[in-house]
Design a protein around this ligand. Structure first.
Ligand code: MTE
Length: 305
């Protein structure tokens, strides 16, 4: 049984205060995983790439989402994503790769060692969260399919299935949602494909069954429910850049010094910090500068925003 099998979310039927208690009761009932309404547990090891910042609650992470395929409101994905079928799921891998194909997700994940990566996550809308993702480096998958020498960029696309994704009934975005990375960004050890969070398989509103997470870039680069990965020799088109090229560049690295044309990026509001949690300064590359600044040596980040 899956938590998201019905259109109701637990938040609808469980008072907020009881939510986490109940989850820990369920988690404590050893051996009852199949009988509980929880998503399947994943086995994983902890990663040295995790921050020690305190993760947001499961409830925050799964009830305040951006996933326009399910509506524009932050609560729409949790309300509407229940109808999404995530099994079976396949990912087309094509373009400049040695072993192109339509890969069944289960095959893609065979033999993959999952890790818990607790990452700071900074949305372009100037809020942030800390999320305990479960995933594996994108580089592992790219190595497995083999990038041809001409492959310079990685493009990804989200599922298009208007019957299950009500937001796709309108042309608010030019579907499919697409994103892209330069190959060195895609191969960076911080860049992961995530299949879960909080030790369980990915909730649908967070991009089940597989999504990208790039912690030094604004959240919109972290494309959800991926069905296509293409290796290209040219910078691929990306959804928000197509929508508004003056506001959203291809790189979209978190950068407190370069404001969005309509708001400041100097500070952020940590979701769940409460009324008096206040705002905190946004860090260059979301605090991952030691690891990733070298990727942009010699680039003018005001131009390549
Ligand atoms: N992926 C798809 N397919 N559709 C979307 O609307 N929104 C992006 C990103 N990935 C989006 C998407 C934005 S703006 C953000 S901030 C993150 O997903 C939010 O991820 P979360 O809901 O897991 O926090």
């Amino acid at each position: 049984m899956r938590r998201t099998a019905s259109r109701l979310t637990w938040a609808d039927v469980t008072p907020k205060a009881a939510f986490l208690n109940r989850r820990s009761l369920i988690a404590g009932a050893a051996g009852l995983a199949l009988a509980s309404p929880a998503l399947a547990k994943l086995s994983y090891v902890k990663s040295r790439y995790s921050t020690d910042a305190a993760p947001n609650s499961f409830e925050d992470i799964t009830s305040y989402n951006n996933f326009y395929e399910f509506g524009l409101g932050k609560e729409d994905p949790a309300e509407n994503a229940g109808a999404l079928t995530v099994d079976p799921w396949s990912v087309a891998i094509d373009g400049l790769v040695e072993k192109p194909g339509n890969y069944d997700l289960a095959d893609l994940l065979k033999g993959v060692a999952l890790e818990e990566r607790i990452y700071r996550f900074r949305c372009v809308e100037a809020w942030s969260m800390v999320v305990p993702w479960i995933g594996f480096p994108l580089s592992q998958l790219l190595d497995r399919v083999g990038v041809q020498p001409g492959g310079k960029y990685v493009a990804m696309e989200t599922l298009v299935r208007p019957k299950e994704m009500p937001g796709q009934a309108s042309a608010i975005l030019d579907w499919p949602y697409r994103e892209g990375l330069r190959l060195d960004e895609a191969m960076h050890p911080l860049t992961i494909l995530a299949t879960g969070l909080y030790g369980e398989e990915m909730p649908k509103q967070n991009g089940a069954p597989i999504r990208l997470v790039v912690p030094w870039k604004y959240g919109f680069k972290s494309i959800k429910s991926v069905v296509r990965i293409s290796l290209t020799d040219k910078e691929p088109q990306t959804t928000w850049n197509m929508q508004n090229p003056n506001e959203y560049g291809f790189y979209s690295n978190v950068n407190p010094e370069i404001d969005h044309p309509r708001w400041s990026q100097a500070t952020e509001r940590r979701i769940g910090a409460g009324l008096f949690g206040g705002r905190q300064p946004t860090l260059m590359f979301n605090g991952y500068g030691d690891e990733v600044a070298g990727l942009y040596a010699g680039q003018d980040l005001a131009k390549d925003f």
